[in-house]
Design a binder for this molecule. Structure first.
Ligand code: ATP
Ligand code: MG
Length: 366
């Protein structure tokens, strides 16, 4: 990816320093120069300047791989969520190297999920963790250290029985509060270095929608294009980082309700509303795995695997407890239902990412 830092593209520290003095820091910056400009900035010969440009081009060229290699990697490229039925459906957990979005209405548990995943990432590998730090970008000031500790101590009481372990875990969650679009973009630009310096194995952005929706009134001319460009930039940086470091990137998103779209109901039924992940169609396609959380009654909630390259559309019931997210029942495939099982309302799938909540819209938007 073009924003890759030159230091990580095989360029010597001395040349990096010379280029940095002229504010040339990324591969894109360097590749925008002519060989002559590279020569004058670095003091290299023509031959060496061409070689430098070639090295940097190669460093950002998309790698060619085979299905066999990817298949072999897959065994170790998932981050278990500790929700066994969900992990089973996702073939091991949240995929590393790609973006997972958790979307749903306010209060449904997206931030709870992020806090729980943060705890899990710090656990040793023998316990299903990543034994790594976490970069947590909080755009809503919703992060609670107390709740993080409560989830850790309640979910893994044996492991977090000593104060040292709790402190160690909490110290590995690196929180960045970024409350404007520009702050988020600036943070994403520096994220590569943050990931390296903090040895992060998980990146969370909670939420990607709130600042964007606050700052862009899409009814005003031009704003929609501006917003799409910004989201495209964010998505491509996050995709690059996920892939480059082979880590899971988890984002939360809000929902948008479309009420009474004509033709959304099956024959014989009234047209009614459906909800989709916010931020539009282009953004929707940027996400590799989409989990939708929604309400079913007062205490019961559901996670839907709404988009996944490996799992079918599926629904799991969950509740939020002291321990964080807990699948209902015995945390097994028994909690899975599709169609009209368990007396719950049917869910009709509209497309790969839209889903219809024809009879439960009121519950979904309390
Ligand atoms: N200690 C706890 N024990 C049980 N449930 C809790 C606890 N703390 C929070 N909750 C539940 O989590 C809900 C809040 O979830 P969360 O903050 O994750 O929502 P969200 O989906 O991120 O919402 P938003 O879109 O507004 O950010 C509360 O309404 C409550 O039901
Ligand atoms: Mg939240």
């Amino acid at each position: 990816m073009a924003t890759k830092r030159l230091r990580r593209a095989g360029v010597s520290p001395e040349i990096c320093e010379r280029l940095q003095r002229q504010h040339i820091e990324s591969c894109k910056d360097l590749l925008s120069l002519t060989p002559l400009e590279v020569m004058s900035t670095t003091g290299l010969s023509h031959q060496n300047a061409l070689m430098l440009l070639q090295t940097v081009s190669k460093a950002i060229a998309p790698p060619v791989t085979t299905a066999l290699e990817l298949w072999k990697q897959n065994a170790v490229s998932c981050f278990p969520t500790s929700l066994s039925a969900l992990d089973k459906l996702l073939r091991g957990g949240l995929p590393c190297g790609t973006i997972t979005e958790v979307t749903g209405p306010s209060g449904c548990g997206k931030t709870q999920m992020c806090l729980m995943l943060s705890v899990l990432a710090t656990l040793p590998r023998s316990m299903g963790g990543l034994d790594s730090s976490v970069i947590y970008i909080d755009t809503e000031s919703a992060f609670s250290a107390e709740r993080l500790v409560e989830i850790a101590q309640s979910r893994f009481p044996d492991y977090f029985c000593s104060k040292e372990k709790v402190l160690h875990m909490a110290g590995r969650v690196h929180l960045f509060r970024e409350l404007t679009c520009q702050d988020v973009l600036n943070r994403l630009e520096k994220l590569e270095e943050d990931i390296i310096s903090n040895a992060a194995g998980l990146v969370i952005v909670d939420s990607v929608a709130s600042v964007v929706r606050k700052e862009f009134d899409t009814t005003l001319p031009g704003n929609l294009i501006h917003r799409s460009n910004l989201l495209g930039q964010e998505a491509s940086t996050l995709k690059y980082l996920a892939h480059e470091f082979q880590i899971p990137v988890v984002l939360t998103n809000q929902i948008t309700t479309h009420i009474g779209e004509r033709g959304s109901a099956p024959p014989g039924e009234m047209d009614s509303g459906f909800v989709v992940a916010a931020l539009g169609n282009t953004w929707s396609h940027s996400v590799n795995t989409r989990l939708i959380v929604q309400y079913v009654g007062t205490h019961q909630r559901q996670i839907l695997i709404a988009k996944s390259p490996v799992a079918p559309f599926s629904v799991l019931n969950y509740t939020i407890q002291k321990e964080g997210i807990c699948l209902s029942g015995n945390d097994s495939q028994d909690t899975l239902y599709e169609g009209t099982d368990s007396g719950l309302q049917p869910i009709r799938v509209r497309t790969g990412f839209n889903y219809n909540l024809t009879k439960s819209t009121d519950q979904t938007l309390p």
